[in-house]
Design a protein around this ligand. Structure first.
Ligand code: ZN
Length: 83
């Protein structure tokens, strides 16, 4: 195995930074390698990715907080998450 193997806790701690693209390339690769093989972390990754996408879409609209929250929840539901 070429990349460092992370445990689930380590991946969870870095997941937001990973999704924001703020990890170093080595760390990013280690997290990605873990997510590919780990059934426990993958759903969490999908959820947070959808959440961030909804959030950034809302930011662009400069909506009121209530509208942003509603849109985030709607996007999560559209992606199959019970929110
Ligand atoms: Zn894991």
């Amino acid at each position: 195995m070429m990349t460092e193997m992370l445990d689930c806790d380590a991946v969870m701690r870095q997941l937001w930074d990973y999704l924001d693209g703020e990890l170093t390339p080595d760390r990013e690769e280690a997290v990605r390698a873990h997510l590919v093989v780990c059934n426990r972390c993958h759903p969490q990754h999908d959820f947070e990715q959808s959440f961030l996408r909804a959030l950034s879409a809302s930011r662009r609209e400069h909506s009121r907080p209530d509208a942003i929250k509603a849109r985030v929840l709607a996007t999560l539901r559209a992606d199959g998450f019970a929110a």
